[in-house]
Write a protein that binds this ligand. Structure first.
Ligand code: IPE
Ligand code: IPE
Ligand code: MG
Length: 247
């Protein structure tokens, strides 16, 4: 077992790190005959509630997929509205996150964003960097494959020898370096796929899929996901007997 995986044997009651693909905003709006952006706006509200619920439950890391590197393929108008929404959220929500002891991070290729958004991200990260209650990470212009490629580039640039390349060395250059790997992955919106989210880090994560659309996802649904997580036996390749005798 490589050192960065640090598996908790068996299962803990509350997942330390929850990673979420917040999907279904567009369909939520469509069902109400509203424009897709109304679903994204409602999605920001849902996220506010889930951040609070995670903090209350003692989750220490929450990572959400807000915009994939493939989402640029959407109609220009939707992309523009999503960027505006992201900017407004950065302007309006960060102070509250800070008041609540939340450390805020963004992972992804930030060069794809406007200077204004990049500056807001830098300021928010600097303001909240010493907070310890919950680390809240937004994946924006993020792709799991992009992350592996940029890590390999950094690793090679560091002058590392071929024989020194191992899983830990590569993991040290990924966007989530130093953070625990997700224990629980949640995808709303009914699709059962990873869509290029945290490919490397999800290797041993417990997966949970729900048909609930993201704007409808709330603390009660989070509890259902955590309840499902609690029933899982995390074996990390071992036998059930080994896991039980170790715990
Ligand atoms: C997720 O909701 C939000 C983003 C990808 C930005 P969608 O916009 O993908 O909603 P659906 O899947 O079309 O319902
Ligand atoms: C995944 O949702 C990305 C985000 C939620 C930001 P998509 O709606 O883009 O995923 P696909 O296209 O259905 O796989
Ligand atoms: Mg979608």
């Amino acid at each position: 077992m490589s050192s960065h995986a640090k598996p908790a044997v068996g299962h803990a009651d509350v997942p330390r790190h929850v990673a979420i693909i917040m999907d279904g905003n567009g369909r939520w709006a469509k069902r109400r005959l509203m424009p897709r952006v109304a679903g994204h706006r409602k999605g920001v509200e849902a996220l506010r509630g889930v951040i609070r619920a995670c903090a209350e439950r003692g989750v220490s890391h929450l990572t959400v997929f807000a915009f994939s590197s493939e989402n640029w393929r959407r109609p220009q108008e939707e992309v523009t509205l999503l960027m505006e929404l992201f900017m407004r959220a950065l302007e309006n929500e960060v102070a509250k996150l800070h008041e609540n002891g939340i450390r805020f991070r963004v992972i992804g290729d930030l060069s794809g964003f406007t200077e204004r958004i990049q500056a807001l991200i830098r300021d928010a990260e600097a303001l909240t960097r010493d907070n310890t209650r919950l680390t809240f990470t937004v994946a924006a212009n993020y792709g799991g494959r992009w992350d592996v490629v940029q890590a390999v580039k950094k690793l090679l640039a560091s002058g590392v020898g071929v024989d020194d390349i191992d899983e830990a060395a590569l993991a040290n250059h990924l966007s989530m370096a130093g953070e625990p790997e997700p224990d629980l992955f949640i995808r709303t919106g009914g699709e059962q796929r990873i869509s290029n989210f945290l490919l490397w880090q999800l290797a041993y994560t417990e997966l949970y899929f729900t048909d609930a659309l993201w704007p409808d996802f709330d603390a009660r649904q989070l509890d259902a996901a955590i309840a499902s997580y609690r029933t899982r036996e995390r074996r990390f390749g071992r036998t059930s007997e080994q896991v039980q005798s170790a715990s």
